[in-house]
Design a protein around this ligand. Structure first.
Ligand SMILES: *Cc1c(COP(=O)(O)O)cnc(C)c1O
Length: 464
């Protein structure tokens, strides 16, 4: 006989009341995204803190839970689909991808094996094929669906580490790093923090990185890259997190490949340039790398958390992520766990499939070039207002310098507190800068003009 608690939940499954309530609340939230502040006010965040109570002894009914989330928790949300959030590199969710995720969540799938979810396995395989094709990657490139680029980069470097040691007769899974033969890591000084973290997590040692100087856009200086060999991991990037710049793949990937080195391309947001006929000149030559990492939750505007590791050395990726060789039972089917560090996993490829299919090749091109065009507009309008644009707008990123007399922190705070738009600060060539990332499908040319007005108002306010 079912317990009282079970009966309560069966009743909820039956009458769908919590789900209906959540749907209504979600619709209400979405209806207000165009008028909401971009960043919550101090009062909103205060309301959020009222959620903090003792864990109840007896539990609370579902209606109260959903109601509190809507009336209190949602107040602290950052309005990513309001069109004027320009922090980090944060997309705004595509409605179809959100809908697909809702549906997939109702299916409650676990994605490690074909056996645990044929749906997840087959949809991952379709996405793998589409992405290989979209990005122009070599036949045999496989994809692992992970939480984001942090884990995708980690997975790519784990595969590189496995292969480079294996080439020297050293099984790193069995023997570890103590007494291991040498491995070299070559990287531009502007490698993303998560790349550096992966180097540390894999025991390769940040101090062992051979850092190469970068040019004024943050691109690795190809002529300063040392001689490469088959003991080397070369770290490149498609999309510098500040300037949006792309490394010179055409010369470097070929050079590394010819030398037997392993190139990993961190393309968290920028790899999508390869899927756009109008921007794919930026990634020309990157197909000769061995692994690439990319996020769907950035440029493609799918829900979090959707990162992808793409690797053309399937065996290295499998062996790196599944240390026990006997685990690798040959199967007719695609088992996603062999391409990711995790075992249990959300079937996150479902919303990626939905976004790709919804947009098609033309829609992806339109999305990606739209971000670029609005970034160019932003830079142009800011320049016209006398702001100092520091970078070439090759993709979606803009860096703004301060005059010598400006107070950068006060300026950024004024913009953030105003709620009209949100931008963050960063350091560029040793100087504080304002960093703008245009990454949401929902940003219109009017949003850009409105945001430029917020910049002008902030400058005036800070000047006194
Ligand atoms: C965002 C980003 C990362 C990290 O990606 P997550 O999905 O946040 O883990 C790595 N590299 C670059 C260039 C990024 O923009």
């Amino acid at each position: 006989m079912a317990s009282d608690l079970q009966n309560r939940m069966f009743a909820e499954l039956d009458d769908k009341e919590p789900l209906e309530a959540a749907k209504q609340c979600a619709f209400d939230y979405l209806d207000k995204t165009q008028e909401r502040r971009i960043y919550p006010s101090a009062a909103d965040i205060e309301a959020l803190r009222r959620l903090s109570t003792e864990l109840p002894r007896g539990g609370v009914d579902a209606a109260t839970i959903i109601n509190d989330l809507h009336n209190q928790a949602a107040r602290g949300c950052v309005n990513n689909i309001g069109g004027r959030y320009f922090g980090l590199v944060t997309g705004g969710v595509l409605p179809v991808a959100l809908a697909a995720r809702w549906l997939a969540d109702a299916w409650d799938q676990n994605a490690p094996l074909f056996k645990t979810s044929p749906t997840a396995a087959i949809i991952e395989e379709i996405c793998e094929n589409w992405m290989r094709d979209l990005f122009g990657l070599p036949d045999g490139t496989v994809a692992g669906f992970v939480s984001g680029s942090s884990l995708a980069i980690f997975s790519g470097l784990a595969a590189a580490r496995y292969r480079i040691f294996q080439n020297q007769g050293w099984d790193v899974n069995a023997k570890g790093l103590a007494g291991a033969p040498p491995v070299r890591i070559v990287s531009g000084r502007h490698a993303h923090a998560t790349v550096v973290k992966a180097v540390a997590l894999l025991g390769l040692g940040i101090d062992n990185v051979e850092w190469v100087d970068v040019d004024d856009q943050g691109r690795i200086m190809a002529d300063r890259v040392p001689a490469l060999d088959d003991k080397t991991i070369l770290l490149l990037q498609a999309g510098n997190v500040n300037s949006g710049a792309f490394d010179d793949f055409a010369s470097l990937c070929a050079r590394a490949d010819d030398a037997g080195a392993w190139t990993h391309v961190d393309g968290a947001f920028g790899l999508w340039a390869a899927a756009s006929p109008r921007l794919q000149h930026l990634t020309a030559g990157m197909e000769r790398a061995r692994s690439w990492s990319v996020d769907a939750h950035k440029t493609l505007n799918t829900p979090y958390d959707g990162g992808i590791i793409l690797c053309r050395d399937e065996e290295a990726l499998n062996m790196a992520l599944h240390a026990a060789g006997s685990y690798l039972v040959q199967s007719e089917d695609r088992d996603g766990m062999f391409y990711t560090p995790e075992l249990s996993r959300r079937a996150r490829a479902i919303e990626i499939w939905a976004a790709l299919r919804y947009l098609g090749r033309e829609g992806i091109d339109a999305l990606v070039t739209g971000l670029h065009e609005r970034a160019a507009q932003f830079a142009e309008e800011l320049s016209a207002e006398g702001f100092n644009v520091l970078n070439d707008i090759v993709f979606n990123q803009i860096l703004i310098g301060y005059g010598d007399d400006g107070d950068p922190a006060a300026f950024v705070k004024h913009i953030q507190d105003g709620g009209e738009c949100w931008v963050g600060g960063a350091t560029w060539e040793g100087r504080p800068v304002i960093r703008i990332s245009v990454c949401s499908w929902a940003t219109t040319p009017e949003d850009i003009t409105r945001s430029v007005k917020a910049f002008v108002a902030a400058r005036k306010a800070v000047a006194g």
